[in-house]
Each structure stands twice: as C-alpha cells, then as structure tokens.
Ligand binder design. Structure first.
Ligand code: MN3
Length: 196
C-alpha cells in the first residue's frame, strides 16, 4: 500500500484570519507531501508494508526506526490535523462523552490551560495532545513526528507546534498561535470521532 496526501477538507483560505492560505499551501502541499513521499520510500524493506498506519507508528517506535517514526508519524499526525480544524471552530461546547471526560479531568478551563502549556513548553519541534489512556483524558506533548499511539494512548486532538505551522502568521509568537488555534479553529466533532 502506498500512502497518499489527503485533500484539505476546506479551501486554503477557509481558516483565515487564524491560519492563512499561504500557511496551508506550504504546510499541506509541501511539508505533508514530503512526509508522504519519504514515508513511502522508507517503508520499503522495513517489514511493515501493508500494515495500518496506526500499527506502523507503534512498530516503528518500538523498533527505533527514527525515519519511519518521523515520516509516517507525521503523515498520521497531519492527516488528522487538517480535520482537527474547521472554519468557525473552537468554543466551549463539547460533545457529551468528551464533556464528561473533561469534567473528570478538572474542567474545560484546566484542560485548555494544560493543553496550551504543553504546546508552549514543547522544546523545539513537536506536538501537544489530548489523548485517552485507560478511559481517562490526558494532556501530553511529543517531539518531532511522535504521537501518543507510540506511547500507549489514543490521540484525540493534536496541535502542530513545528514553526512551519505558525511562523508565517505569528512569527515566533507560539503561545498566540496556540490560543487562536484552540479558541477559533478546533473541530470538536472530529475530536469526538477520534474517541472511537
Ligand atoms: Mn506540520
């Protein structure tokens, strides 16, 4: 099986003013495409051909295959990242299951603050996450192309904190990007779908 770049689920300019068309053109058409192309090359001869992308993430991390971890990991992460955003997203109204888990976690404001802090404090490139572990919500961060699947939990929301995700629109102001992203772009229905 060969992985393919998915189409964006909205127009390039649909997330303005919080994420520009220029950012999406570079991020989707150039960066994500490169992960797909490199991942497809690296998977040949790895013994993981034909496995699901989730299984490849887990096996590549366990096998310390850094090339696959980063490129197939980034393909997984970005495929969901486009869907974790939508025009007129954000807000505090969560789907029922997620609202219950968030209440158990300590409430929406604590979850938001912990998620933004995880993104702001990930040193260098990486991601901040909401994930489910043993039926409970957790907030985590990972470097480079890693994701929670590789660390034993189910990702349900992730934000890309590589500079290519925000530098055109926010320059070095990563916390401003994170706040705008969380408050105006998150597609909570897709987060709910990721809970299975
Ligand atoms: Mn990216």
């Amino acid at each position: 099986m060969t992985f393919k770049l998915p189409e964006l689920p909205y127009a390039y300019d649909a997330l303005q003013p919080y994420m520009s068309a220029e950012t999406l053109q570079f991020h989707h058409d150039k960066h994500h495409q490169a992960y797909v192309d490199n991942g497809n090359k690296l998977i040949v001869g790895s013994g993981l051909e034909g496995k699901s992308i989730e299984d490849i993430c887990v096996a590549a991390f366990a096998g310390k295959n850094a090339g696959l971890v980063n490129n197939i990991g980034q393909h997984y992460n970005h495929t969901h990242f486009w869907n974790w955003m939508k025009p007129n997203g954000g807000g505090k109204t969560l789907p029922g299951r997620l609202e219950r888990l968030t209440d158990e976690y300590g409430g929406f404001d604590k979850m938001r603050a912990d998620f933004l802090n995880a993104g702001a404090t990930q040193f260098g490139s990486g991601w901040a996450w909401l994930a489910i572990r043993d039926g409970k919500l957790e907030v985590t961060k990972t470097p480079n192309g890693e994701n929670p699947l590789m660390h034993g939990s189910q990702p349900i929301l992730g934000v890309d904190v590589w500079e290519h995700s925000y530098y055109i629109d926010y320059r070095n102001a990563r916390p401003k990007y994170l706040e705008a992203w969380f408050d105006h772009l998150v597609n909570w229905e897709y987060v709910d779908q990721m809970m299975g």
